[in-house]
Design a protein around this ligand. Structure first.
Ligand SMILES: *Cc1c(COP(=O)(O)O)cnc(C)c1O
Length: 389
């Protein structure tokens, strides 16, 4: 049997391996020079002033919410079509979570739905403190519109750019935080660049960066300027707040730094593959990804929607058919509000009709930098077979 083509896979070069081995032979496996070097490289790439590297994007979202002051009695809003972490970060802080339906073309949070929900929330005194804008598949949200609404209604913005490093919005790098307070990246192996596990929060605000760097490491400082009194001596540190151990290791940072050198090439390869999918799939009963003209997507995912009105199979039958042919398709995502943990808060599947509709039709095709044209042809042939039978 032919091996399954995964939906995502890391690209590891000899230079990546050597950079990790070099760290293993060095003095520092953690809290050495590689983490700040990686932070500087990512921040410089994005055009952000500060980077705070952590052990996952989930941790980055958590400390971003805390740094923005999210807590009990507050609301965090996000898209229902995302990984659960985009919403869980609000729950970690004791806040309540609500969702805004998606745009039927981009599958990102719909700014008209956001505007309407904000106008209503203002009347009921339930305005959000934080909105997490998720750049689904790597395509940026309508950040200018979300930012304009934040000026009217006074909420903070976190960009969940876990899918989007290397992408651009209005010709500028995602992560420059022109329209947000903090942007978060994930370096999980299926994402665009990897550190195995890992994440980073970038921001232009020095106070937010400082708050997040304390939160990542127990709330401990060694900087006398931040202590309540003069240092007791060279051994001294103070815990000035409650933080966590969310630190990234030197091994991870060295891998990330090495991967950064190929980021633009990775995204360009993904664009080449997406163009080829667009062309090869054009005559099939599918909706291929629509790209807003303001967007240069990171293209973490390539999602097609089945035209169920034109085919004689269910979503599940097509999905299972593709899997049985060795195509590692996936679904991104199960609407978060339908997860039992969220449904228990009172959400029902029909609360966000566009999200529900999307979930009933979406399939993520394999998309990763080393996907070959031969593999891609196999995927397209399998899809053609499944959709015609
Ligand atoms: C992967 C992902 C996360 C979480 O990333 P980790 O680094 O695995 O914690 C958060 N949000 C989105 C949209 C993701 O895809």
């Amino acid at each position: 049997m032919v091996p399954t083509i995964p939906y995502g896979r890391q690209n590891i070069s000899e230079a990546d391996i050597q950079s990790v081995v070099d760290v293993l032979r060095s003095d520092y496996l953690t809290q050495g020079p590689a983490v700040p070097a990686f932070e500087n490289a990512v921040a410089a790439y994005c055009g952000a002033a500060h980077g705070v590297a952590v052990n996952s994007a989930t941790s980055a979202l958590h400390i971003a919410c805390l740094a923005l002051g999210l807590g009990a009695g507050d609301w965090l809003w996000t898209s229902p079509i995302t990984f659960v972490a985009s919403a869980n970060c609000g729950l970690y802080c004791g806040a309540q979570v609500d969702f805004v339906d998606i745009d039927p073309r981009t599958y990102n949070l719909c700014t008209q739905a956001l505007a309407a929900k904000l106008a209503h929330a203002e009347k009921t005194g339930r305005l959000p403190k934080v909105v997490v804008a998720v750049h689904l598949c790597g395509q940026p949200c309508d950040m200018a519109a979300i930012h304009a609404l934040s000026q009217t209604y006074g909420f903070k913005i976190i960009e969940d750019a876990s899918h989007a490093i290397g992408g651009r919005y209005q010709q500028e790098a995602i992560g420059n935080c022109r329209f947000s307070d903090i942007t978060v990246f994930s370096f999980h192996p299926v994402k665009i660049i990897t550190t195995a596990e890992g994440g980073m929060a970038v921001t232009n605000d020095a106070e937010l960066a400082h708050a997040m760097s304390l939160l990542r490491s127990h709330g401990i400082t060694r900087d006398e300027a931040h202590m309540t009194h003069a240092s007791d001596g060279p051994w001294y540190y103070q815990q000035i707040g409650l933080g966590f151990n969310y630190r990234m290791t030197e091994l991870q940072a060295a891998l990330g730094l090495s991967q950064m050198q190929r980021l633009d090439a990775f995204v360009a390869q993904r664009h080449g593959l997406a163009k080829r999918y667009d062309m090869l799939l054009a005559d099939l009963p599918l909706v291929t990804p629509w790209q807003h003209p303001d967007s240069y997507s990171g293209l973490h995912l390539y999602v097609v929607r089945l035209r169920l009105d034109l085919i004689h199979k269910t979503h599940r039958e097509v999905f299972e058919g593709l899997r049985s042919l060795g195509i590692g398709v996936n679904v991104h995502y199960i609407p978060v509000h339908t997860q039992p943990h969220f449904a228990r808060m009172g959400f029902t599947a029909t609360d966000f009709p566009q999200a529900q509709h999307y979930y009933a039709e979406a399939i993520s095709l394999p998309m990763f930098q080393d996907l070959t044209h031969t593999q891609q042809d196999r995927i397209v042939a399998a899809l053609r077979q499944e959709l015609s039978a």
